[in-house]
Design a protein around this ligand. Structure first.
Ligand code: FEO
Length: 386
């Protein structure tokens, strides 16, 4: 295992997790990386570690550059175990190292996860001289946990951003211009939607704090290092965090005997007639994390469920629970569905959409049994009239 020098004296020493397919429910079809960086200066500094399972890989990459016992500082940008899991292991190999973490949340997190470890707390504006270079600490609470921070090195113009600007993408390439661009941007959007959508306000605050910095590299905690497309990913974060939606619609539904599905198709036809692109998701065939990726920037959201045992389908309940947690903003939504008798599900879906913060722009569409051609045409017309 070799380190990769990304800039003179600064090395990527992380781990590639080719096989990971789930990050607590978020489907990570392309695996991920846990990025750590080693800075060789008067004080040797390691920025972040890796998931515990990959501690040996981290150690081997560090050993390809220096004796780990020489490490003076380990910056803990974020206590989530995908970045800090190998901290106790590393401290055995660098017994003189001190952990740098935010106050009070990083301190609390380290104690809560690992007991007492040698640490030094930092706050916004604090700097650390490591010799020829300086490290400036910028707390970014809730991107992704309360303890999160990014570290800027002005002499190198590198931002070590941890979770921010990252994506779950395992690759043998380390830089943004070495991987397929549409795939990279899709994975970034998926990452933001599933990990950071809830924290748009905090992301806006972080973007403001970073806006004055001259940045040549963004060395992320996951996926590739940005060097060629920094303005593009910054612009995307600006769009996503300000909940700027595009003129698009997402339709999510489950169906027992294809009646609710027919309604979904009639809705899609209505949007198509308005020249509004549609994302069409039969929930049985699509993963929540992919659906949320599309919802992130869509203006319209239609959610359909037949009625089962006086309730909505559990698949749709699960989707709405996930949606509510991520708190999408500025969505124009409505509920639809067919039923045999009772028909409670459609009202329940509408109530949940309201609880998610959506604006209901069309009264719930309920149809008994199998929709007729006339009923479906009426649905299409309702959408074109929106
Ligand atoms: Fe990559 Fe929130 O940890």
């Amino acid at each position: 295992m070799q380190a990769l020098e990304i800039q003179k004296g600064i090395y990527w020493v992380g781990a590639i997790d080719w096989s990971m397919r789930s990050f607590h429910g978020y489907q990570t079809g392309r695996g991920t990386t846990y990025n750590a960086y080693l800075i060789i200066d008067e004080k040797i500094t390691l920025i972040d570690t890796v998931k515990e399972l990959f501690a040996d890989e981290l150690l081997a990459r560090i050993q390809s550059v220096i004796d780990p016992a020489k490490i003076d500082y380990i910056i803990s940008s974020h206590v989530e175990p995908d970045h800090s899991g190998a901290l106790p292991f590393m401290l055995k190999h660098c017994p003189n190292a001190k952990i740098i973490t935010t106050l009070p949340n990083g301190e609390k997190g380290l104690k809560g996860h690992y007991g007492i470890l040698p640490y030094q707390g930092v706050k916004a504006g604090d700097t650390l001289s490591i010799g020829q270079r300086t490290l400036q600490f910028v707390p970014t609470p809730m991107l992704h946990w309360p303890d999160s921070m990014v570290t800027y090195c002005p002499e190198e113009k590198i931002l070590f951003s941890n979770d921010a600007f990252g994506e779950h993408l395992a690759s043998s390439q380390r830089f943004d211009d070495e991987v397929d661009s549409p795939t990279l941007m899709y994975e970034c959007q998926k990452y933001y939607a599933n990990i950071l959508m809830l924290y748009g306000r905090q992301a806006q605050t972080a973007l403001k704090a970073l806006s004055g910095l001259e940045i040549k590299l963004i060395a992320t905690g996951h996926g590739v290092i940005w060097r060629s497309h920094i303005p593009e990913i910054m612009a995307k974060y600006q769009q996503w965090s300000s909940s700027e939606n595009e003129e698009r619609a997402v339709i999510v539904f489950d169906s027992m005997w294809h009646s609710t599905e027919k309604m979904a198709r009639a809705i899609a036809e209505g949007f198509a007639q308005k020249n509004i692109p549609v994302g069409f998701y039969d929930i049985k065939e699509n993963h929540l994390s992919d659906i949320l990726t599309d919802i992130l920037t869509a203006k319209y959201l239609a959610v359909g469920s037949p009625t089962i045992n006086n309730q909505m389908m559990p698949t749709i309940a699960s989707f709405l629970c996930y949606l509510k947690g991520l708190a999408p903003k500025n969505k124009k939504a409505f509920a639809f569905g067919s039923y045999g008798w009772g028909g409670q599900s459609i009202g329940l879906v509408e109530e949940e959409l309201k609880a998610c913060g959506c604006e209901i722009v069309l009264d719930k569409i309920r149809l008994a049994n199998v929709p007729t051609a006339e009923q479906l045409a009426k649905i299409t017309n309702q959408i074109t009239d929106l």
